[in-house]
Design a protein around this ligand. Structure first.
Ligand code: DC
Length: 230
């Protein structure tokens, strides 16, 4: 049984840069409250991955859009994953070789527009959603918005540990450089850059344990009567 009961249709937006812990935290929140969870980065990764597999040039927007229109029908979202042909490909999508392609397609306005509808549709009955623009663009009316941060070095360390778990052989320094570059791309792009929503609560998790961050978020939502103990 879940520890908390949400108000009907509760939408929780969790935004932040790569390695801020938002994915892990979104999952823990969703479990505690009994809501579905969507890591929206997986959608951009899915588009980048499909382009890589289909040998579509990654910076040609028209070709990417055509591909997206085709591949989105083959994809199914279920809480915690992206399924193609009945197989959850989330772990494959999270590998480092897909990240750069994802960042490139995420800068394309038409790709964002198309995925915006997919995300809003998924969230309509309540959801925990993590990404970069959830509180600002995808779910501007979400009842709870959080913006997670952590120092670059700590974020690189976390991401590196995660990649080790997925069988990667990349060095910590290379991971740090990639995150720095991705931060720059995500923050500087014209459409939906990474930005804190005005009404989001910001939490710096550099020196906090994951469970402490989750406890703080739950306490904030309980105080606002968005969730109650079961
Ligand atoms: O969080 P992630 O590394 O899995 O995200 C992959 C890419 O997608 C990253 O470059 C940021 C981008 N992204 C985005 O632009 N908007 C989102 N809501 C989620 C991810």
């Amino acid at each position: 049984m879940n520890a908390w009961i949400p108000v009907s249709g509760l939408q929780i937006a969790v935004d932040g840069p790569s390695g801020s812990g938002k994915g892990t935290i979104a999952n823990l929140l969703a479990n505690a409250i009994g809501l579905p969870v969507l890591d929206t980065g997986l959608l951009y990764r899915f588009v980048g991955y499909s382009a890589m597999r289909g040998n579509v040039t990654i910076n040609e927007e028209i070709a990417i859009l055509k591909l997206l229109n085709n591949c989105i029908q083959d994809m199914q979202w279920q809480s915690g994953g992206i399924f193609v042909g009945g197989e959850n490909i989330a772990d494959r999508l999270r590998k480092e070789d897909v990240a750069a392609a994802a960042s490139c397609v995420a800068a394309m306005p038409e790709v964002r527009k198309k995925l915006l509808h997919v995300q809003q549709d998924i969230a309509k009955n309540g959801c925990v959603m993590d990404g970069r623009d959830i509180g600002t663009v995808v779910l501007p009316d979400a009842q709870a918005k959080f913006f997670l941060t952590a120092s670059l070095r700590e974020r690189a360390r976390r991401r590196w540990a995660q990649l080790q778990g997925l069988g990667g052989e990349v060095s910590l320094e290379a991971t740090l450089n990639e995150i720095r570059e991705r931060d720059r791309q995500d923050a500087e792009r014209t459409h939906s850059p990474l930005k804190q929503a005005q009404d989001a609560v910001s939490i710096d998790s550099t020196t906090m344990r994951i469970d402490e961050v989750v406890e703080r978020m739950l306490a904030i939502m309980a105080r606002r009567q968005l969730i109650r103990a079961s």
